[in-house]
Design a protein around this ligand. Sequence first.
Ligand SMILES: [Zn+2]
Length: 361
Amino acid sequence: MLLVFLMARKGFPDSLDLQTKLNPIENVLIGNQTQLTTSDLMANPNKSSQDITSLEEPFSLVLPKPDEAPVSLWRPPLYPTPWAISPHDHFYFSRPIAADEINWPLANYRYGYFFPDSDIIHTGIDITAKRGTPVIAAAPGTVIWAGYGLYYGSYNEEDPYGIAVAIEHDFGYKDKNLVTVYGHMDRVDVEKGQRVETGTQLGIVGNTGFTTGPHLHFEVRYETNSYYRTRNPELWLSPPQGWGVLAGQIKTFDDYYILLQEVYIRSKETNQSWMVLTYATNNINRDEYYKENLALSDLPAGEYTISFAIDGITYKHDFTIYPGAITFFSFREKIGFSFKTPTIQTPEDWENVVLSDDFLP
Ligand SMILES: [Zn+2]
């Protein structure tokens, strides 16, 4: 069943794409919450409102340059986990590296990228840390894997995860299991079956498995403990207090996700900037609600500008990051931005989703 699912997944566009193809214009406007109608847009494609902006500064190619990652190790303490101030947020995990160490995702190799020079999809985030730095449990649970062989399912020193730990957590999300994975360690300090609490030392940062240098690979898996059931950890790790997360969709006019789009985020208050790429592939799991192809965590609350260029046209928009929450946007080429939250899918919507009943391996 799993093989059937995987083959089908590789061969089909995203299930959402199939649905939206049927009626692309109506879906452009993010459900029925917008005040603009299809005929408005047809009549005047540059019409703008609070939520839909027209193209700005056509043919401008001036994009901000991202700064280096912040050098200070200081950041506010995390919100207590589980943290969720909206029914769609799920900041259930604390950081797998202690707060007094650098513990944000490596900027140029996030979830949804390809491993360099390969077709292996990156299904987690990488956190750089010195060899020997303690790796700690992100939440309470039970160790279900410790050592070599996580990917293959049995002891194998060639395993891409190297020495790894997987924890099945005491809690789930919407009645489905949650598992976190910690890879590339030099040593494990726990054994299979052991109970752990948030902060229990699992091992130390190392360089085992498929790596180009010492770091921690961290994954969130949903529903089953499988490489094919990951979610973007940046939407699951509790933010530092007063900080928030950006998640978005960047799509073509025809409603296809745009891959590997360079996106620039700049704080209007501090001028600090970030560059983030959209996911490199459609064969990556997205959040059920946000259906994102971009996520950027660890943004101090405040006013920001997002900008990017497609075919020589620069698009930009201002937005707000709220403390302890996800700010969501969607963008459609030739239409513009919307900061409305997604329409909630109903079970009737799901009937059209490819392989919905054959989902479980
Ligand atoms: Zn990794």
